[in-house]
Write a protein that binds this ligand. Structure first.
Ligand code: NAP
Length: 439
């Protein structure tokens, strides 16, 4: 019998558990740990609440979680409740599937002003992550600035622009919905330091922006490259650029009835944020793109900004005793192997890129690495204590472990309290989650 501990119950964690099961069947026992009492990581707290079809993948993870040799171990913080070296003593392999929960810092003057948030915090707020549920962004100003031209920037811009009716069927948390419905924001400016040919937004997500009830995208036709240059782009990016071109073709008369304008400001590098206590404006430097790089032109201008959300990527959280690559913001690893017996997968391995599905081959890949190390005799003869050893440690330390059965009770309560037409009303507080599992 082999024992595997997976730290993190998001997509990378559950695909890894699935891969272990496929390879070893009854010959493996897998414990999937999470700091929160609830599973699914990014699916629950990262994927936009109005993208329920993407969140549906959690049903697949549930299939894995309910199998007899996989166990969810919630409400346990690896690094403080239990250390990685302790887990290494107990399990043949420890796999870090901890994602990239921290924002890449927006390193410009004024980024510590009030109402300036990273996307991890802002997305966590409207998605009910306990760490960010109390964020209370001030939406009483007119202009929000969203920095970055990836899918997270699109999510944030869309959420700031939708009507209450457009959230029907979503699982946006009540506190965010009520704040958004009272929002006075009427202009959302998406800032890209490069041009339309360098956006990271994908076609389906970008297309949604053209079909909002009270909002419309605005693109300056002068920012578009020559049409013929699109032919050189890879097909996905070409489709996205086609959406940008269609936005640029929206006639001015259309905006007379539009309540929220979502404006694309290309060739604009953030330079500084200013305001008295709270952010009031962003200073930008006009850029030009040379050989794919943004070069400052020395021309500066200011855009009013009552709210700033920086969507410029994420970093993994370091864990004590685990080698970390500070520059890349992820664990130091060779194709998923940190050292024999200790591995990483998903965003913790490769950084924050790709779709949810990208984590599946990642999960299968890391299990191959582990199988190779077992075959090479690097993980010892087996016979480790595995979950029995962990349970002993948990009892000694009085850890209040939340099981998958507990989670199903929490989930049932969340479904019971859902607003009409919505799938669930999440608990946003760890204590509430734990109480909801009952006795
Ligand atoms: P991303 O796709 O890497 O985009 C980050 C954006 O931030 C880029 O436009 C980048 O510009 C810009 N940026 C980085 N540093 C900057 C700086 N210092 N100043 C100004 N701009 C800066 O990251 P993401 O949007 O966080 O998304 C992460 C991953 O999750 C992606 O793979 C994304 O597709 C995925 N995701 C998918 C969905 C979906 O499928 N529905 C939803 C959300 C997220 P440069 O290119 O110039 O560096």
């Amino acid at each position: 019998m082999r024992h595997i501990a997976i730290i993190g119950s998001g997509p990378a964690g559950y695909y890894t558990a699935e891969a272990a099961q496929k390879l070893w069947g009854d010959g493996v026992k897998v414990d999937v740990f999470d700091t929160l009492p609830v599973p699914y990581g990014l699916i629950r707290t990262g994927v936009a609440p109005d993208h329920q079809s993407i969140k549906g993948v959690s049903k697949r993870y549930e299939g894995t979680a309910l199998s007899s040799n996989v166990r969810f171990v919630g409400n346990v913080h690896i690094g403080s409740d239990v250390t990685v070296p302790e887990l290494q003593q107990l399990y043949d392999a420890v796999v870090l599937a901890t994602g990239a929960p921290n924002d890449r810092p927006l390193d410009i003057p004024g980024s510590d002003l009030a109402n300036v948030f990273g996307s991890a915090a802002f997305v966590g707020w409207y998605n009910g992550h306990p760490q960010f549920a109390g964020l209370a962004p001030d939406l009483s100003g007119q202009t929000a600035v969203v920095i970055g031209m990836g899918n997270v920037a699109l999510d944030v811009a869309r959420i700031l622009s939708k009507t209450e009716g457009e959230f029907t069927g979503s699982d946006i948390v009540g506190h965010a919905l009520y704040a958004l419905m009272a929002s006075k924001i009427r202009r959302v400016v998406i800032i890209g330091r490069r041009g339309p040919h360098q956006i990271m937004m994908t076609p389906k997500e970008l297309g949604e922006l053209g079909h909002l009830a009270r909002a419309a995208p605005r693109v300056d036709p002068a920012d578009l490259p020559e049409l013929g240059e699109d032919a050189l782009l890879e097909p996905g990016l070409r489709k996205s650029v086609t959406h940008i071109r269609s936005f640029a073709a929206i006639p001015e008369s259309h905006f007379a009835d539009v309540e929220v304008e979502v404006e694309f400001d290309f060739f604009a590098a953030p330079h500084a944020l200013s305001g008295t206590g709270k952010v009031e404006a962003i200073e930008l430097e006009r850029t030009k793109v040379e050989a794919g790089r943004a070069i400052g032109t020395g021309e500066f201008y200011t855009v009013p900004a009552s709210l700033v959300v920086s969507c410029i990527g994420y970093q993994t959280s370091p864990i004590p005793d685990v080698p970390f690559d500070e520059r890349a913001g992820k664990f130091a690893n060779d194709d998923g192997r940190i050292l024999p017996g200790l591995y990483c997968v998903g965003w913790a391995r490769r950084g924050p890129s790709g779709t949810i599905g990208t984590n599946r081959p990642d999960g299968f890949g890391v299990i191959e690495r582990i199988a190779e190390d077992i075959a090479a005799g690097l993980l010892g003869p087996g016979g480790k204590q595995g979950r029995a050893g962990f349970d002993e440690l948990a009892a000694q330390r009085s850890l209040d472990v939340v099981t998958f059965r507990d989670w199903k009770k929490i989930e049932a309560q969340e479904e019971r309290r859902a607003r009409d037409g919505n799938p669930r009303e999440k608990f946003v507080d760890v204590g509430e989650m734990i109480r909801a599992r009952g006795d």
